[in-house]
Ligand binder design. Structure first.
Ligand code: UD1
Length: 365
C-alpha cells in the first residue's frame, strides 16, 4: 500500500511524525512524504523535522505564501503531477490548513482514496478559513479519524456514513508523550530568566485577532493587567510580527515591560515553556489540546472552539478578545478552576498505532 502523506504548515508536523514512525513497523506500507512548502522558514518548518525525527520529504512543492485562492490553487497544480507520477493507493492529510484541503481535492478527483486525520472538528464559524477546509475535506474523505466524540457527532449530523468514521485518539498527544522527557532538558527557562510556574505564555496568529488592529489592541489591554502579576512570554508567529510592524501596536507592547516578544520556538523549547507555565493564552487549536494533556490552564482568545472536549472537561475557557472576559477567565484560572479534570479518552499515545491498523484492515489489498 503506497501512501502519500501530506504536510504543509507548522501544526501538521507534530501530527504526521508519529504516523511516519509507525509505518516503519509494517513492511506492506510504502510511505512517501510530501511537503507543500506552505510554511518554509527554518523556525516554522525544518526545525520541526529535525526535532521530531520526521524523514526528509520525498517531494517539496515549495508553494510558499500567497492569498488563500492562489496558495490552494498552487498546491493543487503542483500536487496533481506528483499523484500521476507516483500513483499512490492512498493520500493521507492531517488537520485543517490549506494544504489539507488542496491535496484532498486533487486526490479524490484522481480516484485515489483519501484519509483525513483529526477530522470532524467544527467551530461552526465559517469566517474561519480552517472551518471551510475541515468541512470540505471531511465531506470527500474515504476514511475519517477523529480525536473526540464531538467530531463523530458532527460528521454523522452532516450525513457522513458511520462506517467511514473512527475515533482513535490524538496523534498530537502521541508526539507530546514521545518528547516530553526530552523537552525537560531544554534550557529555555534559563535562557529567558524564568522560574517554573511563574509566567504566562501567549500565542496569537488567527487573522481574526491579528489582522484587525482594534481586536489585537483589546487583547493587549487585557495583557496589560495580567503582566502586572507575572511575565508573559510571546513567541511571535511571522504573520503576527508582520501585522505588529505595520501598526501602532508595537508601541503599546514596548511599554509593557514584562511582555517578552521572542522568535517562534522549536517543538522542544515550546513544550518545555508550555509545561512550565502558570497559564497559557492562545488562539491556536492544538495548544488547547496540549495544555489539556499537560494540565496547564488555558484561555482561548477566540469566540469559539472546534475542540469542545477541552471546555467540557474544564481545562480550557473560551474568552474571546473581550478584555473583561479575559481578565475574569484569568482570575478564575488563578483560583484553580481549570485544573481539576480527566484527560479525554484515548489521548494515550497510541492514536497512530490505531490509525495504521485500521488503514491496513480497510484499505490494503
Ligand atoms: C496557517 C494555517 C493555520 C495554522 C497556522 C499555523 C491555513 C488557512 N492557515 O496559518 O490554520 O493554524 O498556519 O501556523 O492554512 N510566513 C512566514 N514564514 C513561513 C510561513 C508564513 O513568514 O514559514 C508569513 C507570510 O507572511 C505569510 C503569513 O506568515 O503570508 C501567513 O502564513 P500562511 O501559511 O498563509 O498562514 P498562517 O497564518 O501561518
Amino acid at each position: 500500500m503506497k501512501i502519500i502523506n501530506v504536510v504543509g504548515a507548522r501544526p501538521n508536523f507534530m501530527k504526521i511524525a508519529p504516523l511516519m514512525a509507525q509505518y516503519t513497523k509494517y513492511s506492506q506500507i510504502e510511505p512517501l512524504l510530501v511537503h507543500t512548502g506552505q510554511h518554509y522558514d527554518e523556525k516554522m518548518s525544518d526545525l520541526f523535522f529535525r526535532q521530531l525525527d520526521i524523514p526528509k520529504p520525498d517531494i517539496n512543492l515549495e508553494v510558499g505564501s500567497a492569498s488563500h485562492a492562489v496558495q490552494t490553487a498552487e498546491i493543487m497544480k503542483s500536487f496533481e503531477p506528483m499523484l500521476l507520477k507516483y500513483k499512490p493507493d492512498v493520500v493521507l492529510v492531517v488537520g485543517d490548513v490549506n494544504s489539507t484541503v488542496a491535496c484532498g481535492i486533487v486526490a479524490v478527483k484522481l480516484g485515489v482514496k483519501l484519509v483525513h486525520v483529526e477530522a470532524g472538528l467544527r467551530s461552526f464559524d465559517r469566517s474561519m478559513p480552517e472551518e471551510i477546509n475541515r468541512v470540505v475535506t471531511d465531506s470527500i474523505s474515504d476514511l475519517i479519524f477523529c480525536t473526540e466524540q464531538s467530531g463523530v457527532d458532527n460528521l454523522i449530523h452532516e450525513g457522513i456514513s458511520k462506517d467511514r468514521i473512527f475515533i482513535v485518539g490524538n496523534v498530537m498527544i502521541d508526539t507530546l508523550l514521545k518528547h516530553i522527557n526530552r523537552a525537560q532538558n531544554s534550557t529555555i527557562l534559563n535562557h529567558l530568566h524564568l522560574n517554573s510556574n511563574d509566567f504566562a505564555v501567549l500565542t496569537l496568529h488567527r487573522p481574526s485577532n491579528v489582522d484587525d488592529y482594534i481586536v489585537f489592541g483589546r487583547i493587549l489591554d487585557a495583557l496589560e493587567v495580567i503582566h502586572k502579576d507575572m511575565p508573559i512570554i510571546f513567541p511571535v508567529h511571522p504573520r503576527t510580527r508582520k501585522q505588529l510592524q505595520d501598526s501602532h501596536l508595537m508601541a503599546q507592547i514596548q511599554k509593557m515591560h514584562y511582555l517578552g516578544l521572542i522568535e517562534p520556538l522549536g517543538y522542544l523549547d515550546f513544550l518545555k515553556l508550555m509545561s512550565s507555565a502558570k497559564i497559557v493564552l492562545t488562539d491556536s487549536g492544538g495548544i488547547q489540546e496540549e495544555t489539556t494533556f499537560l494540565k496547564i490552564p488555558c484561555l482561548t482568545l477566540r469566540e469559539n472552539t472546534e475542540r469542545p472536549i477541552t471546555t467540557e472537561i474544564g481545562s480550557n475557557q473560551v474568552v474571546g478578545a473581550n478584555p473583561a472576559k479575559i481578565i475574569e477567565g484569568y482570575k478564575q484560572a488563578m483560583n484553580g478552576q481549570l485544573r481539576n479534570f480527566k484527560i479525554p479518552p484515548l489521548w494515550d499515545g497510541l492514536a497512530s498505532e490505531r490509525i495504521v491498523e485500521i488503514l491496513i484492515d480497510k484499505l490494503s489489498g
